[in-house]
Every structure is written in C-alpha cells, then in structure tokens.
Design a protein around this ligand. Structure first.
Ligand code: F6R
Length: 612
C-alpha cells in the first residue's frame, strides 16, 4: 500500500527518486521521505504530506544533498503508528548502519522489538518497520547477504524491503515476500520500485521479484538470491507500456483521462480477442483440451470494483448457459470459507493490480483444491500473473487514478469474451448469439464516446445534487452490479453515503430512509424489466425522493417518472454495463469535483491493497 523507489548509479538520483515517488503516489500518500547517500553520509529527509511538499523541502536543502548518486524513497499509507514525520520512512537503525523502507506488514514486529529492547536498543517510532531495520543492524557483521538472509528468514508477514548499508556505498539491497517489488538495470544504473510504471522512463525490461527473493542492485546490474542466500538466475519481462500512458496529458485528473480512454480500451480488447463475428481466445488461453466441456462450476473471485465486474460477468454467463453453477465471491470471504473446488471447477481471479492480497490468497486456495485457475489482470508480471497458470491480460494500460474506471470496463469486456469462449467450447452458444453479442460489442466504443460527449449534462446534474445527504442507486438484474459500482465511486471519491439496491428490495427496508434530501439514481434500460423497475421508482418518488433516471434513448415517457433523465444508447441487454457505467463515473467525478475532493488520491485509500 506504500510506494517505494530506489536508484543507484545516477548523479541525478534525487530527481529520479522524487519523480518515481510522484508516479507512485497513488499507492499511499499520507507522508513521504527520501534518503540520499551523499559524500559525507546518508541524508534522510521526511515530511507529513505529499511528494510535492517533499520536493520543495529537498529543493531548499539542495546544497546538503549534492553529489548523491544513490538513494531510496517512500510514500506511506499508515498501517502501524500515526501519520508523523518520525513514523514516515525511510527508517534508520540506532547505530546509523541501516537505512530502510518497507511496504507491507511485519506481523512479528512486536516480538522483535521486545527482544531488541531487552538488549538495550532504543526504538524511536511506533511502526512495525523499525523492527526489521534495528534487527538487520543487530545481525550485520560485514556480510550483507548473510544478514539479509537471516533477516528475511526471521520475519513473518508481508514485506518489500529496500535497504542501504552505511558501509556499502554503491549498493542497494531488496527483499520481497508478499508485497510487490520490481527492479531493473539501464545505462549503468539500477532501479527498484513498487510499481513498474515508475521505471518505464528508464527501461521496459523489468525483473519482477519473486516471493522469497533477495536482490542486490549496483552499477554492475542486478543480482538475485533466495532467502537462503543461493544465487538465482532470472530473465527480465518486457512491458510494452509507454511511459506517457502514465501521464495526465491535457486532463485535470488521471481519473477523468482514464474515463475518456474507455472506448479505445474496449476497441483494443475486442480486436485482440475476436475474429469478425466470433470469439477467438484459444491463442491467449491455453486450457487443457475438452476442459470447458467438463466444467460444472465457475467461480469468479475479486475485490471492490473488480468484484462488480465479476457480478456483471455472472449475468452474461448465466444468460448463455444455465447448466453451470456460477458463484461470485469477494476474495476476502472466499479465502476463509470451505468452498468446493477440483477438476470440474474453473476459478477466475480478477485483479487490476494483480497484487491484491486477498485475491492472491483466494487463488492459492483454489489451486490447492485442484481447480483450474485463470487470472485476469492489467499488469503483466504481477504476482497473480506469475502465480496462476493461465492469465488473460486486460489491455487498459496503466491506471493511476485510485478509483478504477477503465480497468472495470476492460475486465467486463474480457469476462464477456471468456463467457462466449466457455459456452462455445461447451457447445451451448448459438452462432446467432455469438454474432449478436460480438456485433453489439463492436458498437460499444462509439456509443461510449457519444456519452462522453454529453459530459456537460452529467456535470450539471452532479452539481445540482451535490448537496444531497446521500444517494441510492437502484436497478434490476444486469443493472445491479452497476448500481454497486456507481455507489462505490461516489463513496470513494466524494465521501458521500451511497447505497446500492436491487430495485425490488427497496420496499423491504431501505425505503424508510427516503425523503427529499436523498437522491435516487435508477437504472431502467428498455426490456422485460422496465415496467417492474419503474414501479419501484414510483414507490421512491411517492416518498418525495428526487429521481435521476438512466433510460434507453427514445424512452420519452420516462420523463414522467423523474426529476432528471439521462438517455443511454440502446445496446444488447447483456452489454448495458459498458454504456451505463459512463454517466455513473462522470457523475461521481463531477460530484467530487464540486465538493473540492482530492479525486486521484482520495483520503484513506490506496490503489494497490497488498495487506489483508
Ligand atoms: C475502486 C477500486 C478498488 C479495487 C479493489 C481491487 O475504485 O479501485 O475497489 O477495485 O481494491 O483491486 P484490484 O483490482 O487491483 O485487485
């Protein structure tokens, strides 16, 4: 949940590290710090606040930092200990030998602390991170690899550690267990970061550290070892992302840019996984022959927005094949329940980052039960990509805004195509349905574009309702996952109470909350459930709630039911999510903007949730 950046071998290490921290600030942003190895010793500068404030402070103290060709930096998302300068990373051991940054949680930090305090070592922070820092200093006797090994083998919990030893200039040591870390070498320098996007300016050939791996970075390159100190060989993975993809460009926020990118992301996904009117996934997903026919159970497992993408996928799969037992589970629950698995189970784990701790744990459990596992992730080389046998890559490009947008649509697109592939292989997909859905998908980018062009309308609505005391999002069947996503977006970036309900459930309790200050956003596309949903809308209107209706273009009658109406292009029923989500994303974005929220870095959140 924190961002790490390190560099060795560059005279402008200071700028490189600050730049890398700024790129990863979405991972955690309550405090920041950087330790530079200057000719007269390590200079450690930390602040409570953002990387821009750290950069200002470092600028003021530039003279002290001259000549630093290596250093390590960190942006923090506090887990143990308050948000203070002392608790910010990097941490230093009492004897000054070790300077260290950490992402993750050290579970045996208290025991280590007690042992070391008993030996007379004084701790100065409230963090779990100070324990490995002081412990390493206590173990180290001149053999860095042996000390790293001993340290890693005595820690429990999750960690990505990046370390400088005072007496080893020109070296940075890294270790990984449970939290991501990627390293690289280019032009006589070596780098490390939590997130690959921070390194793309320097190279596209990246070494993703494995579980239980130690790395030594120097001007001579990167060397890798196991936690037992054995030398390990390793090949880089080429990441074909462009570093400008991780820039805001003309947009005020990453989130807004990423909303805008959705038609292109969808076009690319469809082109990559279909032929003209048929799904073409065989090249990308090499499952054993005949497997799809033997599958009886499908499990779709994820967290947060990725979970809502799986709910949308469930509707698509079951609309095509009613012989499958389909389960959708949040990963944090799946991992602690006795859920069936085995050779007749296809378990699909969806994670934008590929690093979400709960999703990884759930995938490990399913693999242990012998289920056939597929990962859907946006990050090639991520932990889930490397651990799960089969990966389908979503082609959204880097997503920097903390609130997921384009990766949500990319995930549903891939899951929809996987649904077609699965049902086709099982012999239950009719050629007509295949052509209908693929034809329908091909229309989506232009339809999404037309909605993006209606941004001023949605902005006006967001402003009009931004004084509401809360929001309800309601809809039925294919709309239910979207109600959840719409409500989540408002919660996370506007901090407003918002609830999602299957429209038919409102009268079983939630309707009691309604009055003129609670806005109801109702998703009512044309189709068999239109009338029933409108009846539920009527029930809300009768309790004086203002109603914002999302209906299909041409549904003029809908105006009678609502205070405001947003018209949505007509799609195939199963594909409504792709268009329905755009106004919901824009609505949340403009509500948050009206309220002056920090849209790309909402409070209390972090992009990649690598702790339980
Ligand atoms: C919401 C959001 C989160 C993530 C969730 C899972 O906008 O971004 O709810 O969807 O933390 O993350 P991944 O997909 O990386 O596993």
């Amino acid at each position: 949940m924190c961002g790490i950046m390190g560099c060795v071998g560059k005279p402008d290490a200071r700028e490189i590290i600050l730049n890398g921290l700024a790129r990863q600030e979405y991972r955690g942003y309550d405090s920041a710090g950087i330790a530079l190895r200057c000719p007269d010793g390590v200079r450690n500068i930390k602040i409570v606040g953002r990387v821009s404030e750290l950069a200002k402070l470092i600028e003021e103290r530039a003279a002290e930092c001259d000549g630093a060709a290596s250093g390590i930096g960190h942006t923090r998302w506090a887990t143990h200990g308050g948000v203070t300068v002392t608790n910010a990373h990097p941490h230093e051991s009492s004897d000054g030998m070790i300077t260290l940054v950490h992402n993750g949680i050290i579970e045996n930090a208290r025991e280590i602390r007690a042992d070391l305090e008993a030996k007379g070592i004084t701790f100065v922070t409230e963090t779990d991170t100070e324990s490995p820092c002081q412990l390493l200093a206590n173990i180290y006797d001149g053999d860095a690899l042996a000390a790293m090994s001993a340290l890693c083998n005595s820690l429990t919990g999750a960690f990505a550690l990046v370390i400088m030893f005072r007496d080893r200039p020109g070296e940075i040591w890294c270790a990984r267990k449970g939290s991501p870390l990627v390293v690289a070498t280019a032009d006589g320098a070596s780098y490390c970061a939590s997130d690959p996007t921070a390194l793309l300016e320097y190279t596209h050939d990246l070494f993703f550290m494995e579980e239980g791996e130690i790395a030594l970075l120097s001007v001579d390159g990167c060397r890798f070892f196991s936690f037992d100190g054995e030398r390990a060989g390793k090949e880089p993975i080429r990441l074909n992302w462009d570093s400008v993809m991780a820039d805001k460009g003309q947009f005020e926020h990453f989130m807004r840019k990423e909303i805008e990118e959705q038609p292109d992301v969808l076009r690319l996904t469809i082109d990559s996984y279909t032929a003209v009117t048929s799904v073409d996934m065989e090249k990308s997903l090499k499952l054993p022959d005949g497997l799809m026919k033997r599958i009886r159970r499908v499990q779709l497992v994820a967290c947060g927005t990725s979970h809502y993408a799986t709910l949308a996928a469930k509707d698509i799969i079951e609309s095509l094949d009613d012989s499958l037992d389909i389960r959708v589970e949040v990963a944090s629950e799946y991992r602690y329940r006795n859920i069936p698995g085995g050779g007749d189970t296809l378990a699909v784990f969806v994670s934008q980052s590929g690093e979400t701790a709960d999703t990884l744990a759930a995938a490990r459990l399913a693999r242990a039960k012998g289920s056939h596992c597929v990962a859907i992730t946006n990050v090639r080389g991520s932990t889930i990509d490397r651990e799960v046998e089969h990966t389908l890559l979503s082609l959204a490009g880097p997503e920097i805004g903390v609130a997921a947008t384009k990766t949500f649509t990319a995930q549903i697109a891939l899951l929809a195509l996987l649904a077609l592939h699965l049902t086709k292989e099982r012999g239950v997909l009719s050629a007509r349905d295949e052509a209908r859905l693929i034809g329908g998908m091909r229309l989506l980018p232009a339809q999404m574009q037309s909605l993006l062009e209606r941004e001023p309308e949605i902005k006006a609505l967001a402003e009009k309702y931004s004084g509401s005391k809360g929001y309800f999002f309601i809809g039925r069947r294919e709309c239910v996952p979207l109600t959840m996503e719409g409500a989540l977006k408002l919660k996370e970036i506007a901090y407003l109470p918002s609830e999602a309900y299957a429209a038919g459930e409102m009268k079983h309790g939630p309707i009691a909350m309604l009055d003129e200050k609670l806005a109801v956003v109702a998703l009512v596309p044309e189709g068999d459930l239109r009338e029933k949903t409108l009846s539920n809308v009527e029930e809300c209107r009768a309790r004086n709630a203002p109603i914002i209706l999302l209906v299909t273009e041409g549904d003029a009658e809908a105006r009678e039911f609502a205070s405001d109406v947003v018209f949505i292009p007509r799609t195939e029923r199963e594909l409504f999510s792709f268009v329905g989500v755009i106004p919901l994303q824009l609505f949340a974005y403009h509500t948050a903007k009206t309220l002056g929220r920090d849209i790309d870095m909402p409070r209390n959140l972090a992009k990649s949730v690598t702790v339980e």
